[in-house]
Design a protein around this ligand. Structure first.
Ligand code: NDP
Length: 485
């Protein structure tokens, strides 16, 4: 363990928190040739981490006290804090502060709420210290071998860490999946929306699985074959790849398909919910993400669902379509169409937040750094990168030339699949909400004229007329008359 002897070569970076993510990230940093100092609240974890680091030990300076840890890092010191999100981060920052000097950078790499990141950034603003909020995606594997990294903070602090972060990030065709995205909370905001899109992507895949399982009555192995084929086409992605693997896996105890033995109650940690809340805060319709979060909530209400099934039964499914393969092809296209809706919504939320917080978020760069390392990595994101590179300020992804063509090509299959599922009583809330979003977004004259009339009737809220005449109220007298009858 380090004892404050500064004659040894100083570390390029420090890391606090040797849990699952922190220890893997530290090994990745060391393996890429960067000297790193590490510290963990519980020193046993530091000792074990160092002992297990075997050939990478030469790159690691394990420290037992914060004082030794700080002294082991080359100033200005970048210090990654990879611990439990929330209050522990504030506590850890308070412990660190007295040991730091002007220019040192505290980097929160956990799943923070970006509003906390903005607060932490502002708190340090005049102290001489700086703060980076850094979204890291890719789970344990990503942290160890190359995550997608979304950085928010000052450009100057980014310059100090750019080399190390570039060395450890995932690469897509040699292009590093790390970028500085803007000031204060930009990185954590983008990570939050990444997770919101991930929720929608997973929910849509699960709904398609439900149609294959309960509509077409395919076995887990047969559904694995379908996803395996799709992974070679337009849907090629990490989530489709692992879906095939999951569906193929057998339970070592019973030999049955593992997926059939897993309780249908999905967990969540909060980033999906934050995405929905922020979409609402920004006034952006993110219906597919909302549907996905709501579906996880309903999934967790297992007892209530079972009780309701006893009352209502399960609707009788339509007969499976005569041409099964044609229907499976429609499912593939429907999934692609709905996925376009979810990504369009996620990017629209980021565009609105970018304006609200003056981040100037670079949309092509965000799509680019999500192409590898993160959970939603896919070929599809390469197509989004191209679309945003050609038109970075487009109002909505679905009106770019490439994606509007895709939407037109997949519109009929999505309509067919959603209507088949609805008539069969199979729940497809995310697919249906993506379809509803398209139908509302592309209709020049909707039905909100009636809502405006109702609002004016009961609340005298006024409306704009289609003919430009300046008469903002309707001929209904006082809507409150109803109470005098
Ligand atoms: P772990 O539970 O594996 O590790 C938690 C770490 O936090 C430990 O090092 C623990 O130290 C430390 N810690 C907890 N409370 C405090 C405290 N009050 N003060 C100082 N240290 C504390 O968590 P993960 O590594 O999975 O997650 C870390 C962060 O990364 C979280 O924000 C998480 O949301 C985020 N993240 C996780 C991903 C994942 O796939 N797991 C993916 C992306 C982000 P000690 O050993 O002393 O208890």
């Amino acid at each position: 363990m380090q004892n404050g002897d500064t004659s040894v070569e100083q570390a390029e970076i420090g890391l606090i928190g040797l849990g699952v993510m922190g220890s893997n990230l530290a090994l990745n940093i060391a393996e890429k040739g960067n000297k790193i100092a590490v510290f963990n609240r519980t020193p046993e974890a530091t000792k074990k981490f160092y002992a297990d680091a075997s050939e990478l030990q030469g790159q690691i300076i394990p420290c037992e006290t914060i004082e030794d840890f700080v002294a082991a890092i080359r100033p200005p010191r970048p210090i990654i804090i990879m611990i439990k999100a929330g209050d522990p981060v504030d506590q850890q920052m308070e412990i660190l502060k007295p040991y730091l000097e002007n220019g040192d950078i505290m980097i929160d790499a956990g799943n923070a709420n970006f509003r906390d990141t903005i607060r932490r950034f502002d708190t340090l603003k005049d102290s001489g210290l700086t703060f980076i909020g850094m979204g890291v995606s890719g789970g344990e594997e990503g942290a160890r071998h190359g995550p997608s990294i979304m950085v928010g903070g000052t450009e100057e602090s980014w310059k100090r860490v750019e080399k190390v972060l570039t060395s450890i990030s995932a690469k897509y065709d040699n292009d590093p999946c790390v970028a500085w995205l803007g000031n204060d909370g930009a990185g954590h905001f983008v990570k939050t929306i990444h997770n919101g899109i991930e929720y929608a992507d997973m929910q849509m895949i699960a709904e398609i699985y439900g149609i294959l399982r309960d509509g077409l009555k395919l076995s887990a192995g047969e559904i694995a074959d379908v996803f395996g084929t799709w992974n070679k086409g337009r849907l090629n992605s990490y989530l489709i790849e692992i879906t095939e693997k999951v569906l193929r896996a057998a339970d070592p105890v019973t030999g049955k398909p593992m997926v059939d033995l897993i309780l249908d109650k999905a967990g969540q940690k909060g980033t999906g919910k934050w995405s929905v809340i922020e979409a609402q805060n920004m006034g952006v319709a993110a219906t597919a993400i909302e549907a996905a979060v709501a579906a996880r909530i309903l999934s967790s209400q297992k007892d209530e669902r079972e009780a309701a099934e006893k009352i209502f039964g399960v609707p009788k499914a339509l007969a499976a379509p005569a041409d099964k393969q044609a229907f499976i092809d429609d499912l593939e296209n429907a999934l692609l169409a709905a996925k376009i809706g979810a990504y369009a919504q996620g990017f629209a939320v980021m565009a609105a937040a970018s304006k609200e917080f003056n981040w100037d978020l670079p949309m092509p760069t965000i799509a680019r750094i999500w192409r590898a390392g993160c959970i939603i990595r896919s070929q599809f994101l390469d197509e989004i990168t191209s679309a945003f590179t050609k038109d970075p300020h487009v109002a909505n992804l679905i009106v770019t030339p490439a994606f509007s063509k895709m939407v037109q090509d997949t519109d009929a299959p999505l309509r067919h699949v959603v209507s088949h599922a609805i008539l069969s009583g199979l729940p497809v809330p995310a697919l249906a909400s993506a379809l509803g979003y398209f139908d509302a977004y592309r209709r020049g004259r909707g039905t909100a004229n009636l809502i405006q009339a109702q609002r004016d009737f009961f609340g005298a809220h006024g409306f704009e007329r289609t003919d430009g005449v300046d008469k903002p109220h309707g001929p209904w007298g006082s809507g409150l008359d109803i109470f005098s009858k």
